[in-house]
Each structure stands twice: as structure tokens, then as C-alpha cells.
Design a protein around this ligand. Structure first.
Ligand code: DGL
Length: 269
């Protein structure tokens, strides 16, 4: 299938988290037209089985391909862990697929961290994708993973930068497995929202890595390599959710950092 630079980039997540990635791309590559899909009907993905996440990811990717996307970014670690390989096989050659795990793994290796903590949803932690990928590149790096399932729903509900989020974060980060780490991977695209609070917890003594910048760089690299980088924008971005609530829209706006109009789109009936 022929692709051209003016085709949009599709981005999906279970909800608001992928907007961190969308926002980073929007600022870095302002000529790219983005079509975002937040699957709020099925949020959180982190508590679902790998099979369920694969099924959702397949249907959403099909929708994004119907929108003629040249690239599909799986802006969700749970879906990247469970569905990336399957999507590559299933839609072979129809679009470029980008996951959010590999760019973060490459950052750990290139920055030579020795003792890395990973916090993520249960789906991502149970897949051990970060541990396996990092170890396969450098056996010597110590990787300790802790599932932090309350964080994504907490952020989704607008609880960040306050006492509630502070005590949930402290509770999780005081886990003995996260002692003496030199870097913490925020392996969920919701977590950049609580990055400052996490940084405060560590008093700036631990490097905090999230997907936003590394995925943004990877997207630019791939589009440039494929000759698909858009030089002059045509059309507007679109932000769809499978279940609309006004509170989600409010949080989404705060988060995206600019005005955002969410449209409800039923792909599940
Ligand atoms: N933002 C997602 C992730 O990166 C998923 C959060 C969830 O729905 O559990 O894993």
C-alpha cells in the first residue's frame, strides 16, 4: 500500500495516558495531523487479560487504518506489551507501527543505567517485557519491577498534585524492590502527569524516564527514514473516545495543555 506524508498519524491508548505522547508529537512535529483514540469504555487496560487487550488493539487499529493513517502509535504500555507483535503480523505493510516500550528500553541501554526500577500496570509487569528486553541487550543491568495498578485510574480521575496522589505514590515507591535504583522507568503513558511528584519523592536523586521524548524522537526518525515526514499540515487533529464524560474532557484538556474537543465514537457496537 502506498503511503504519503499527508496521511495522518493514529495514536491510541485506553484513555488519557496516550495524550502525553500525542502532545509531545504535536509540539515536536507540528505539521503532522493526529487522530487520537482513547478507549475509555475499556479503561483500565492494565487489569485486563492479554487476549482482551489484543482484541481491543486490533479493532482500534482497524479503525485507524480506515482513517488512512500512515503510522499507528500504540501509546499504551499494556497494549504495546500484549499486542505489538500481533499487530505487526496482522496488518503487515498496511501502516508503520510504533510501540512505547522499545524507545524506553533503548534509552536505558544508551544511558548505561545499572539498577533500574520499573513501575507500570499489572498487564505490563506480568508480561516482564521491560525486564526481558533490557536483559537481552545487557545482562548486567538489574531490573526490578513493581505493579502500581492504582495510579492510572487515579490520574484518569484527576487525582494528581494533591495529598491523595502523594500518599499513593509514597506507598508504591517505598517498596523494598525499588531501593537503591539509579533510574525509574515510568512504564505507563499516564505517569508523566505525576512525574514531578515522583521526582520530589526521590528529591531529584534518581533519573526519571518516561515515554514522551523518546517516542517522539523515534517517530521523527522513522518518518524521516521512510520519506513520510509531513512538511505542510493539511487538516485538523481529531480526538475520539469510546465513552465520553465531561470530567474526562476536563482532565484531558489540562493534560494536553491546550483546548481539546473530544468526540464520542462508538466502535464497539
Ligand atoms: N496508559 C496505559 C499504559 O501505558 C494504560 C493504563 C491502563 O489503562 O491501565 O499502560
Amino acid at each position: 500500500m502506498l503511503k504519503n506524508p499527508h496521511q495522518p498519524i493514529g495514536i491510541f491508548d485506553s484513555g488519557i495516558g496516550g495524550l502525553t505522547v500525542a502532545n509531545a508529537i504535536h509540539h515536536f512535529l507540528p505539521n503532522e495531523r493526529l487522530i487520537y483514540f482513547g478507549d475509555t469504555v475499556h479503561l483500565p487496560y492494565g487489569d485486563k487479560s492479554a487476549d482482551a487487550i489484543r482484541y481491543y488493539s486490533l479493532r482500534i487499529s482497524k479503525f485507524l487504518l480506515e482513517q488512512d493513517c500512515k503510522m499507528i502509535i500504540i501509546a499504551c504500555n499494556s497494549a504495546s506489551s500484549a499486542a505489538y507483535d500481533m499487530l505487526l503480523d496482522f496488518f503487515e505493510g498496511k501502516a508503520l507501527f510504533v510501540n512505547v516500550v522499545d524507545p524506553l528500553v533503548n534509552a536505558v541501554i544508551s544511558q548505561a543505567y545499572k539498577n533500574v526500577g520499573v513501575i507500570a500496570t499489572k498487564a505490563t509487569i506480568n508480561s516482564s517485557i521491560y525486564k526481558n528486553k533490557i536483559k537481552s541487550l545487557n545482562q548486567k543491568v538489574k531490573v526490578n519491577q513493581v505493579a502500581t495498578p492504582l495510579l492510572a485510574p487515579m490520574i484518569e480521575e484527576g487525582f494528581y498534585s494533591g495529598n491523595i496522589s502523594k500518599s499513593v505514590i509514597e506507598n508504591y515507591l517505598s517498596h523494598p524492590d525499588l531501593k537503591n535504583i539509579d533510574a525509574l522507568l515510568l512504564a505507563c503513558t499516564h505517569y508523566p502527569l505525576i512525574r514531578n511528584e515522583i521526582n520530589e519523592y526521590y528529591s531529584g536523586q534518581v533519573a526519571i524516564l518516561d515515554s514522551t521524548d523518546v517516542v517522539r524522537d523515534e517517530v521523527k526518525r522513522i518518518l524521516t527514514e521512510e520519506g513520510l515526514l509531513c512538511e505542510n499540515r493539511i487538516g485538523h487533529d481529531a480526538f475520539y473516545v469510546s465513552d465520553y464524560t465531561s470530567s474526562f474532557e476536563e482532565t484531558a484538556k489540562n493534560f494536553y495543555g491546550e483546548d481539546l474537543k473530544l468526540e464520542a465514537l462508538q466502535i464497539w457496537t
